[in-house]
Write a protein that binds this ligand. Structure first.
Ligand code: SF4
Length: 332
């Protein structure tokens, strides 16, 4: 990212335009919230203000800050007046003085044209020399661009251990794996059936069966949130390292997963699994109904073999084979 002389003030200029561009390019993007996760994970040593015009979004983003902030006071949420460029400029000037150096514009009506953003920036910092504004998509690509060359992951290092803001009895642990995860994230996405993969941003997120929240970044950073102890975080990281190593070997042998595999994985959800189960709610699997069993299959807490009707009755042969295929992992 180029900088204006003496300043480092980056607008994450994201919004409907960027999202539609990414969609046009065949890249999937979830919500702005997911972009905030990414920004928080990449810019761990900087202060980012989340600007919105909506009271509802202000509350949502505040919750989000509590969960995903990587360093203390890394994120702040500020509601500015709708359609009032002057109030936005005043707030940005104030924030610059307070040491914030990044702003994430989180409301559609803050998504200005590139020209407006440039004018806004010039108004705030008052200089033009050496600074050229790049478009929103480039900004995102710049964020994603912090990637190391792929090499075989060998170890992890715990970088920070912080209190968990969402649950004061738990910890947030930030670790770094000594290699890029860019090539292995697609395989981890195929492996973790309840994970979300933000492909254009290089982020994979999922929740463990013990409610710990994991975010893995293509840069090698891994955040473990809501974890009970450092030793438990290291246990998770060791298991991830084992999978990463397998995924890396697989990527070296056969390249990236093909589009068919990724499409099947994207279409996998509780309903698609439920539709293939016997739907008799007999309880033989230990769950109250087939829907609950479908959820446990996706989270990895249950195995298909626990549904005896499915395994034993010939009429479910086709469904069984389909489920076996979609629930299998290339890493096992
Ligand atoms: S054993 Fe199978 S059919 Fe019975 S409730 Fe469980 S998932 Fe449904």
């Amino acid at each position: 990212m180029k900088e204006a002389e003496g300043y480092s003030f980056l607008f994450f200029f994201v919004g409907p335009n960027v999202l539609s561009e990414l969609k046009k390019a065949g890249k999937l993007v979830g919500s702005l919230d997911e972009l905030v996760i990414h920004a928080a994970g990449v810019y761990t040593n900087e202060r980012i203000v989340l600007l919105t015009t909506s009271r509802h979004d202000e509350n949502v983003l505040s919750e989000f800050k509590a969960i995903y902030e990587v360093t203390p006071r890394q994120l702040d949420v500020l509601r500015v007046e709708r359609g009032n460029l002057k109030s936005l400029i005043d707030e940005l000037k104030r924030l610059l003085v307070l040491g914030y150096n990044k702003a994430l514009l989180c409301s559609p009506d803050l998504m200005l044209s590139s020209k407006d953003v440039e004018d806004l920036f010039l108004e705030v910092v008052g200089v033009r020399r050496g600074f050229s504004f790049i478009n929103a998509l480039d900004v995102l690509q710049d964020v994603v661009g912090i990637r190391k060359k792929p090499s075989k992951p060998l170890s992890f290092e715990v970088k920070r251990i912080l209190p968990c803001i969402a649950d004061s009895t738990k910890l947030r642990v930030i670790a770094e794996i000594n290699a890029s995860l860019e090539r292995v994230l697609p395989y981890l996405y195929l492996h973790f059936k309840s994970s979300k993969y933000l492909e254009p941003l290089g982020v994979l997120t999922f929740t463990t069966t013990r409610d710990e929240m994991i975010s893995m970044y293509s840069s090698g950073k891994v955040c473990v949130v809501k974890v009970e102890s450092e030793s438990r975080a290291k246990e998770i990281l060791s298991e991830l390292l084992r999978l990463i190593s397998k995924a890396h070997d697989l990527a070296s042998k056969r390249g990236q997963p093909n589009e068919e595999e990724l499409k099947a994985r994207r279409e996998l959800n509780i309903m698609s699994v439920y539709r293939l189960l016997p739907k008799t709610n007999c309880g033989a699997c230990g769950e109250q109904n087939c829907m609950a069993f479908a959820a446990k299959l996706l989270s990895g807490e249950a195995k298909l073999s626990m549904c005896r009707p499915l395994m034993e009755q010939p009429r479910f042969k086709e469904a069984r084979e389909k489920l076996n295929a979609v629930l299998s992992s290339p890493l096992e």
